[in-house]
Design a protein around this ligand. Structure first.
Ligand code: PLP
Length: 412
């Protein structure tokens, strides 16, 4: 009988990482029911939505209950009131001009970065970071742009851009050509950022090699250093080569509410098989019109409120709170004699484990000796071996307590 399923799904290993962590913690709790566990593992926010956002939600809900202000299906691309607000605050304020039709509101960057590859041919060669946010990888495996997973933990046919301390987590250009490049800054999981020069290098590469950059900037609100670009369009010529993704999830605590956006500039065009230039903006518009029915009116009003005068103050307070946690983790680990990366312009700390310690085994070590949970770096790719990710999204007192326990830990 003919196979009717997409066999590429069979190439994916199960996504065991967070399930594995949960199992470990559950097993530990079963043996130690009174253990006081501190979770610095999963990258979800903990602070509730801010007052401006909640007020906007209430107001929009009331509007939906009256005939004169009720809204049914909205534009798939997002309401103009939100798109205009995004352009004003995220782009015009940085000297970047965008047209309404270049911004696409969505229910999350995860869906956007996963679906964007549908615009490209199956034969495109793909480059992703190692370590990496797994969605870029898995979506391309599902689409059939890779071979099988090798014993070295890497898929055949994919270009891995190694991000290690020796290159300052800024990957070198690939030695063989690629057409789809995924860059993430501030980076999950390493917590590091790409400088203006690094991004310029990639924009130039993309231009010279007919490549397109998928620039995931879901954590741009955490950038504190004014020299670090918050948008790839701060780089000259980037509109011809890059699609940018941003999200309200980590900026404003929308992980449960769901709202994000991506920018597909009109300048971004690539040849079709008849030798005609096609606009990726028009293609994405077609994609969204067919595959997506828009973010709810209520949620888009809440996202708009993030940029109100009070809203901006409130979210900055939350970002500052998390970044103070990042400082506590970073400095605490350094003081305890460890080497750490990230955590200065991102809510993640990438902890280099003492020589020879396996990052999966360290999950047990940390749990047993400190009752602290983090994420083994190897779960994000082979280059994550020997590293451990801690997040700054926790409660202040618990973060302080975790670092206190870690400082007293003796690793044999
Ligand atoms: N991109 C990166 C790098 C992330 O770490 C995450 C979430 O953790 C996302 C995108 C997804 O964000 P969203 O909640 O908007 O889907």
């Amino acid at each position: 009988m003919n196979t009717i399923i997409n066999n590429n799904y069979g190439k994916l290993p199960g996504s065991y990482l967070f399930a594995h962590i949960r199992q470990k913690v559950d097993a530990y709790l079963a043996k130690n029911p009174n253990a006081d566990i501190i979770r610095l593992g999963i990258g979800d926010v903990t602070k509730p939505l801010t007052k401006s956002v909640i007020d906007a939600l209430h107001h929009a809900v009331d509007e939906m209950g009256k005939a004169e202000s009720f809204r049914g299906y909205g534009p798939e691309q997002g309401y103009d009131f939100l798109i205009d607000t995004i352009i004003e605050h995220e782009y015009t304020a940085r000297g970047i001009e965008l047209d309404r039709s270049e911004v696409f509101v969505s229910d999350g960057s995860k869906c956007d970065v996963a679906h964007i590859q549908e615009l490209f041919s199956q034969s495109c060669r793909v480059a992703i970071g190692d370590p990496v946010y797994p969605v870029y990888l898995d979506s391309n495996v599902m689409a059939g742009r890779t071979g099988e997973l090798g014993a070295n933990g890497r898929f055949e046919g994919l270009t891995y851009l190694e991000c290690t301390p020796s290159n300052g987590f800024a990957p070198s250009l690939p030695s063989s050509p690629v057409e789809l490049i995924y860059l993430c800054s501030p980076n999950n999981p390493t917590g590091t950022v790409l400088s203006h020069d690094e991004l310029t290098k990639w924009v130039r590469y993309a231009k010279e090699n007919n490549a397109v950059i998928m620039y995931d900037s879901a954590y741009s609100a955490y950038i504190r250093d004014s020299k670090i670009p918050r948008s790839i369009y701060e780089i000259e010529g980037a509109k011809e080569v890059a699609i940018e993704f941003k999200s309200f999830s980590k900026t404003a605590g929308f992980t449960g509410l769901r709202c994000a956006f991506c920018v597909v500039p009109k300048e971004l065009k690539r040849l079709d098989n008849e030798g005609n230039y096609q606009s990726l903006n028009e293609m994405w518009n077609r994609h969204q019109s067919t595959m997506f029915n828009g973010v709810s009116y209520v949620v888009q009003r809440a996202a708009q409120a993030v940029y109100s005068k009070e809203g901006l103050i409130e979210i900055q307070e939350n970002v500052d709170y998390y970044m103070e946690n990042a400082r506590i983790i970073r400095e605490g680990l350094i003081l305890a004699g460890y080497e750490v990366f990230g955590g200065e312009n991102a809510p993640y700390i990438w902890w280099r484990l003492p020589e020879g310690i396996d990052s999966m085994e360290f999950l047990d070590i940390l749990l047993e000796s400190c009752q602290v949970v983090g994420t083994p770096g190897v779960g994000f790719g082979p280059c994550g071996q020997g590293f451990f990710r801690l997040t700054a999204f926790g409660d202040r007192q618990r973060t302080l307590e975790a670092i206190d326990r870690i400082s007293k830990m003796k690793i044999s």
